[in-house]
Design a protein around this ligand. Structure first.
Ligand code: 5GP
Ligand code: ZN
Length: 119
């Protein structure tokens, strides 16, 4: 399944729902979260509709590696201060008990001054 017509992130990827784009290539899209809980808060998604981390297979190894390597670069570009004083947080909610609401795999990247990041 490459795209799911009922998936809100597939619609964003297809340009059917607008988003504030941070980065795009053949297989990855990054866009600002509509309800940010940090001064910098964007989402990184594979363009492939993968419901969550739980469905990853070895075939996705390079894709997920690319997302992880891109995250620090995009975080800096979006205004996170450099490591070690600055930095960012990465979260991938997975499943109901993991707090996942949108079932298209996404990585939250959050940063900026810290009052938001207790706990
Ligand atoms: P989850 O709880 O599934 O990890 O997070 C889903 C995230 O997607 C939430 O932080 C929510 O604000 C964000 N989100 C949901 N719908 C939209 C949308 O239509 N556009 C954007 N940019 N973000 C969305
Ligand atoms: Zn999707």
């Amino acid at each position: 399944m490459s795209q799911d017509p009922n998936c809100i992130f597939c619609k964003i990827i297809a340009g059917q729902i607008p988003s504030r784009k941070v980065y795009e290539d053949d297989e990855i899209l990054a866009f600002h979260d509509i309800h940010p809980w940090a001064p910098v808060h964007f989402l990184m998604v594979p363009k492939l509709h993968i419901p969550s981390m739980a469905q990853l297979t070895p075939a996705h190894e390079q894709l997920m590696g690319r997302i992880m390597l891109l995250a620090p670069r995009l975080a800096l570009e979006q205004g996170c201060r450099p490591y070690p004083e600055g930095g960012f947080r990465i979260v991938a909610n997975t499943g109901a008990e993991g707090g996942q609401e949108v079932h298209h795999l996404h990585v939250h990247v959050m940063g900026g001054p810290r009052p938001w990041a207790k706990g």
